[in-house]
Design a binder for this molecule. Structure first.
Ligand code: GDP
Ligand code: IMO
Ligand code: MG
Length: 420
């Protein structure tokens, strides 16, 4: 049986914290897509850790952690992450596995990401510049190199061939930055990867499933950044939704049981693209400051706004969400009034559908206003003791989304999670 935890918005919903919390109930945590563009924050004691590619179960000693086939892996970032978790006492060699089908991010992928963004000018995606788009393009274009290739003698020849192709593309972008330092680091990092437990991810995971083991799939990014169903082209390059678990790990859809969707109590987005409930006023600034809304991977300020019920309904539909975890409820503590976007207005017509081209349709958010609770909830550990206005907010969303909010996170700490 496999359960999934994934983001329902534009990323950074708090997946790292929630995966870490639930990891104790599972035997294995597996990442199925994305790569170093992800930044999943968790706290080990008072230490803050940001994981990019390592699954967020790594701090649970007896769990296995798999970087699955659907991930694109940057070896240089992986070394840094491994060093960070080692400092906190984790023997990552013991319980971290990498699938041989996982694609590698090459230094030239990072350069191509940067060149492409510069070339797009004001139309840029606002990518994390980690090489995600070019690496996935090489995967679907059937050129990419995989972790399993590292064990073949022909790896260097394959690398040189692909590098030449990338150089021609970089030349066409007039990209002249010297990347030789990255390449040196990359080749050192490949030695490190070779020494890892490289497995056939599909047999590895399916054998565990047939032994009755419990697996938790950890999503990266969010549903509105999904390459097919997000706000294209302002999306990432992978399938961030529950279907991505099947293609990214090689498991059948019938094996998926719970789909746990995470939403913030409000909404954020980092990078370019449409964001109907964005607040560019002082309430937006309040959310950014109170919520410390700065990117975990890039440090960029996140755009902030009210919760978008229309986008959430859509995300619940395409993922088959069975329960919701609402994070950062405590950030709304200081607000007198809260708003929930319940409809979009496009060309004077109201709709509850997410449009095909959100940027061109310019949806105007229509809101329902609810009372704020204006109380510090960070120390409350029993739902019964939550303020009435917070319960009203939760009940409203339960009804609107047709999926229950089962947990409320009221602080970044490991134990700050209240069962509704
Ligand atoms: P992820 O990418 O979905 O794992 O989310 P990030 O780690 O990028 O961003 C979430 C941020 O919110 C992190 O700094 C978390 O420590 C923090 N966080 C998570 N849940 C809560 C919460 O309930 N309240 C507060 N105040 N912070 C939270
Ligand atoms: P986690 O897992 C928030 C955004 C980027 C950009 C777009 C494409 O921490 O929630 P990419 O580098 O993937 O080509 O960038 O997607 N983005 C994220 N935003 N959280 C993330 O990951 C993100 N990963 C990518 O800002 O708009
Ligand atoms: Mg993040």
């Amino acid at each position: 049986m496999i359960d999934v935890i994934l983001g329902l918005q534009w990323g950074d919903e708090g997946k790292g914290k929630i995966v870490d919390y639930f990891a104790k109930d599972y035997d294995m945590i597996a990442r199925f897509q994305g790569g170093p563009n992800a930044g999943h924050t968790l706290y080990v004691g008072n230490e803050k850790v940001v994981l990019h590619q390592i699954p967020s179960g790594i701090f649970h000693d007896h769990k296995e952690n798999l970087i699955g086939s659907g991930v694109v892996l940057d070896p240089i970032t992986l070394i840094k992450e491994c060093e960070a978790v080692k400092k906190l006492g984790v023997d990552y060699r013991k319980n971290l596995y990498i699938s041989e089908r996982t694609h590698l991010i090459l230094p030239t992928h990072r350069a191509l990401d940067k060149a492409s963004e510069i070339n797009k000018g004001i139309e840029k995606i606002g990518s994390t510049l980690k090489g995600i788009g070019p690496a996935y393009m090489d995967k679907t274009g059937r050129n990419g190199l995989r972790v399993g290739d590292l064990l073949n003698k022909s790896f260097t020849t394959q690398y040189i061939k692909l590098r030449l192709k990338h150089q021609r593309m970089l030349d066409s972008f007039n990209f002249t930055e010297d990347i030789s330092d990255w390449e040196e680091e990359f080749f050192e990092a490949l030695e490190f990867i070779r020494s890892f437990k490289i497995v056939n991810g599909e047999y590895f995971i399916n054998e565990k499933l047939s032994q009755g083991k419990k697996i938790l799939a950890e999503g990266a990014q969010g549903s509105m950044l999904d390459v097919d169903f997000g706000t294209f082209p302002f999306v990432t390059s992978s399938s961030t939704i529950s279907a991505g678990v099947c293609t990214g790990l090689g498991v059948a859809p019938q094996k998926i049981k719970e789909v746990i969707g995470i939403t913030k109590a409000y909404c954020t987005r980092v990078g370019s693209g449409p964001f109907p409930t964005e607040l560019t006023d002082e309430t937006g600034d309040f959310l950014r400051n109170a919520g410390n809304e700065f990117g975990s991977t890039t440090g960029r300020p996140r755009r902030c706004g009210w919760i978008d019920g229309v986008a959430l309904q859509f995300a619940c539909m395409i993922n088959g969400v069975t329960q919701i975890v609402m994070t950062k409820a405590d950030i709304l503590d200081g607000l007198e009034q809260l708003k929930v976007c319940t409809k979009y207005k496009i060309d004077d017509q109201e709709t509850n559908w997410v449009p095909f081209q959100m940027l061109k349709s310019k949806p105007e958010a229509i809101y329902e206003t609810l009372e704020g609770w204006n109380t510090d909830i960070t120390k409350i550990d029993d739902y019964n003791n939550m303020p009435a206005a917070m319960k009203t907010y939760i009940n409203y969303l339960n009804k609107f989304l047709g999926v229950p909010v089962k947990y409320i996170s009221n602080g970044p700490g490991r134990e700050q999670l209240v069962k509704a």
